[in-house]
Design a binder for this molecule. Structure first.
Ligand SMILES: C[S@@+](CC[C@H](N)C(=O)[O-])C[C@H]1O[C@@H](n2cnc3c(N)ncnc32)[C@H](O)[C@@H]1O
Length: 233
């Protein structure tokens, strides 16, 4: 296991080595890597299982943000085959693969941007997201978390499984690098690119709390899993 210092050194080295690579548009990035995607993500196998177990069994109606090919859903449906899921993702080819894997499930798929999507009010037992939200700035995420809080039923949960920065220095380094590269490549503010800008656990949980969630559980494994609840009135 690397210390934070060693980890930061190797991250800085990797950023130097990839300095000249142009940023890739989000959906193109995943389309190009579709073949081999699930194999690549299999390192998170234990986290997918823990993530599925964190979802309360009584949940019926679930919204999955950035569902991709549905690796988290594979696990969730193993535990509870009747869950009704709406999945939203920017990348049509990832959604096609998810659709092909689960023709027998109660699944609605939307190809679109979850920041633009209207999830309604008091509608969902749970909103989930695995390994998708670490691409966005905190201001944007906090606004999304407020929208999700309104969209959940009272007592509902938001479960986030994601890559978390080990310290403030990592968070700052990646955000600054991303902003510099966006400027260098003349990427307009509203275009999504694939570059990881994770937050520290403290920062992520404070955004959720600001949006109204009570943090009920934090599981720190390969991915960090945070369970936030919308308390019953
Ligand atoms: C690393 S993949 C994770 C997919 C899936 N949750 C999993 O764990 O296998 C990230 C996914 O988030 C999607 N994504 C990123 N930003 C998005 C946005 N603003 N709206 C919808 N989907 C988005 C990408 O297209 C991609 O499929």
């Amino acid at each position: 296991m690397k210390s934070s210092e060693e980890y930061l050194q190797s991250l800085k080295q990797w950023l130097r080595e990839t300095e000249d690579s142009p940023l890739e548009e989000m959906s193109d990035f995943f389309t190009k890597r579709l073949e081999g995607y699930e194999e690549h993500m299999s390192v998170w196998k234990t986290s997918y299982r823990l993530f599925a177990e964190a979802l309360p069994r009584e949940c019926r109606k679930i919204l999955d943000l950035g569902c991709g090919t549905g690796l988290e859903l594979d696990q969730i449906w193993q535990l509870n085959p009747d869950m009704e899921v709406t999945g939203i993702d920017l990348c049509e080819s990832m959604l096609d693969k998810l659709r092909d894997k689960h023709p027998d499930k109660r699944l609605t798929l939307i190809c679109g941007d979850y920041f633009q999507y209207d999830p309604g009010c008091g509608k969902w037992d749970a909103v989930i997201s695995f390994e998708s939200l670490h691409h966005f700035l905190p201001e944007r995420k906090e606004e999304l978390y407020r929208k999700l809080f309104r969209a959940l039923k009272d007592g509902g949960v938001f479960i986030l499984g994601d890559y978390i920065a080990c310290c403030g220095e990592e968070e700052e380094l990646l955000r600054d690098t991303c902003l510099k590269r966006r400027k260098r490549d003349s990427i307009p503010e509203d275009r999504f690119v694939h570059f990881d800008i994770p937050l520290t656990l403290e920062h992520e949980t404070s955004l959720l709390q600001n949006a109204g969630f009570r943090i009920e559980k934090v599981l720190e494994g390969d991915a960090v899993i945070i369970v936030g609840r919308k308390a019953e009135k």
